[in-house]
Design a protein around this ligand. Structure first.
Ligand code: G4P
Length: 525
């Protein structure tokens, strides 16, 4: 198959949700349709069991097991689908942010009873930054929940995106009868069954009497009324608007009952984007260019101290990736060949000979790779768009064993390369500060430094609100700011200036007092 056709048939996306909304269940059902698994319950996804939330060793074990499900590739009709899994635990949110840089679109799962929850809001912000097209699946319609119109309003206001229902539920909870598929004009009747696909009734239009026959006159009348309202309130669905990330189509269903999932998938493969151009610092790279290029968006470390090995996940951006072909690792300038790259198909990790744009290749690594690294056939390119976000928790990291200072430095450096957390060095006193999105990372870092590097660290408290990257077109204003705030200035790993604000108030005051300084809450600006 020609490169162009391989690209056109690929759909690489992530499913995101607040924990418990039904991401794992939906993923599993999509795999069932793709024939990648044959029974429900076969997916041990990145989902971290609730019982283990305080036991991070257990979490890491589960994460370790889930390497194989980090990417789930399968064929569906003519399409090649790659689902990139994201960790459910919010302490690993940074992993999710980075995964979102490697997808072409996103499906958001929302619980009909709970509506938009905190983590969904945050992840949507990341999608908005990149104009990633999103489809929303409102889940658990078999349970009592909120009025679908209220849900739509909430999606619009909380996720800050226009919405357009493409299916519509007939009642919810105990009285749930099915959904009307606005996209394809059909009626799907609900049968609570975890393994079976729902029954579809082909209809001509909303006036078709078969609707009344199947759901009863009262519900049919209500459906017609609702649909009329929808047509009046929401403009016609425009695929272009969706592709630009300006409108999100909404589907209703029940993942657990495999209801509404096929409709979602069928619409998804039709409208979701194939791999698109990627921006590098030098230029825009189109997927159908002949030369191979790709970037590392995730590094998964093996927790076994005897085998310090990792898998670097490379997203192919252009050309064809081939096993044993010489590729240039841009940061080091070295030429590398990969004898055992793996791809992820039907839940199995296999050695692959080739991969195409949109695909993810796993490369066994012993410490050569860093998040954001670019590989190419030769051209010097640096892919943009792997932002670090301001961490939410900060601690000083101190050496507890003076004999092992070198090991500690090396360990910290490598863990930061893997993207476990962020390091800032205070410009005033030279102390190292680690910033994370969750408490668990501090424990992970301490444990790994000891077991993998033989270094002992201890944490000391520091009260900080946010780290902001600062810049200005006026060097004098920048110098004045740094002078005034000298105790709170740090550098990140790239040597960029970072202001460590200890409270929201201080940050607001700084923004008011120094209008010429731009404050950024992500490292990409
Ligand atoms: P997550 O990955 O987003 O965290 O959610 P997950 O799919 O694990 O779903 C969370 C819980 O919600 C699970 O129940 C799951 O069975 C249930 N669920 C998912 N989809 C639906 C649905 O359409 N209807 C209903 N009623 N429930 C749904 P659990 O009891 O936490 O786990 P389990 O013991 O069933 O696995």
């Amino acid at each position: 198959m020609a490169l162009k056709d391989e690209i056109a048939r690929r759909r690489t996306f992530a499913i995101i949700s607040h924990p418990d909304a039904g991401k794992t269940t939906l993923t599993e059902k999509l795999l069932l349709f793709g024939g990648a698994i044959h029974v429900a319950g076969a997916v041990k996804s990145n989902k971290i069991k609730k019982t283990a939330t305080s036991d991070w060793m257990e979490i890491e074990k589960q994460r370790g097991i889930s390497v194989a499900t980090s990417v789930m590739g399968f064929n569906y009709g003519d399409y090649k689908i790659n689902i990139l899994d994201t960790p459910g635990h919010q302490d690993f949110a940074e992993d999710t942010y980075r995964t979102l840089t490697a997808v072409d679109s996103v499906i958001i799962v929302v619980d009909v009873a709970k509506g938009v929850e905190q983590q969904t809001r945050k992840l949507m912000e990341v999608c908005r930054m990149r104009n990633t097209p999103v489809i929303i699946f409102v889940n658990k319609l078999d349970r009592e929940g909120r009025d679908p119109f209220d849900i739509l309003d909430e999606l619009e206001s909380e996720l800050k995106i226009k919405v357009r229902p493409l299916s519509w539920p007939i009642n919810i909870g105990a009285k749930f009868k099915g959904v009307y598929n606005i996209f394809e004009h059909s009626l799907d009747l609900f049968t609570p069954d975890k393994q079976r696909v729902s029954e579809r009734v082909e209809i001509e239009s909303v006036d078709d009497p078969r609707i009344d026959e199947n759901v009863g006159e009262v519900d049919a009348a209500k459906l017609r009324e609702d649909l009329e309202l929808i047509e009046g309130v929401y403009p016609e669905f425009d695929v272009e608007e969706y592709l630009e990330g300006r409108v999100a189509p909404v589907f209703f269903g029940s993942a657990l009952n495999t209801f509404g999932v096929k409709e979602l998938l069928d619409c998804f493969v039709q409208i979701a984007p194939a791999p698109r151009a990627t921006n590098a610092e030098e230029r825009e790279i189109k997927p159908d260019e002949e030369g191979f290029s790709g970037f590392v968006f995730k590094i998964h470390a093996n927790m076994d101290p005897n085998h310090r090995s990792c898998i670097a996940f490379v997203k192919v951006c252009s050309g064809k990736f081939e096993r044993n072909a010489p590729y240039r690792h841009i940061r080091s300038g070295k030429t590398m060949k990969f004898a055992a790259p793996t791809a992820f198909m039907a839940q199995k990790k296999n050695i692959v000979d080739e991969a195409y744009p949109g695909d993810i290749v796993g490369i066994p690594d012993t410490g050569n790779f860093k998040i954001g690294d670019t590989l190419t056939s030769g051209e010097t390119l640096h892919f943009k768009g792997l932002p670090s976000f301001s961490p939410e928790m900060f601690k000083y990291i101190e050496n507890s064993d003076p004999m092992k200072a070198k090991q500690l430095d090396k360990g910290i450096q490598q863990l930061m390369d893997e993207g476990v957390a962020q390091l800032f060095v205070n410009q005033f006193n030279g102390r190292k500060i680690i910033g994370t999105v969750g408490q668990l990372q501090f424990e992970v870092i301490q444990y790994r430094l000891l077991h993998e590097y033989g270094a002992q660290c201890r944490w000391e408290p520091i009260s900080l609100y946010k780290a902001c990257w600062i810049e200005s077109d006026d060097p004098e204003a920048l110098a004045a700011f740094k002078k005034r705030k000298f105790q709170f200035m740090a550098v990140d790993r790239e040597g960029r200036d970072v202001f460590l604000a200890d409270s929201n108030y201080v940050l607001q005051m700084a923004q008011n007092d120094f209008p010429k300084i731009r404050f950024h809450f992500t490292s990409e600006f």
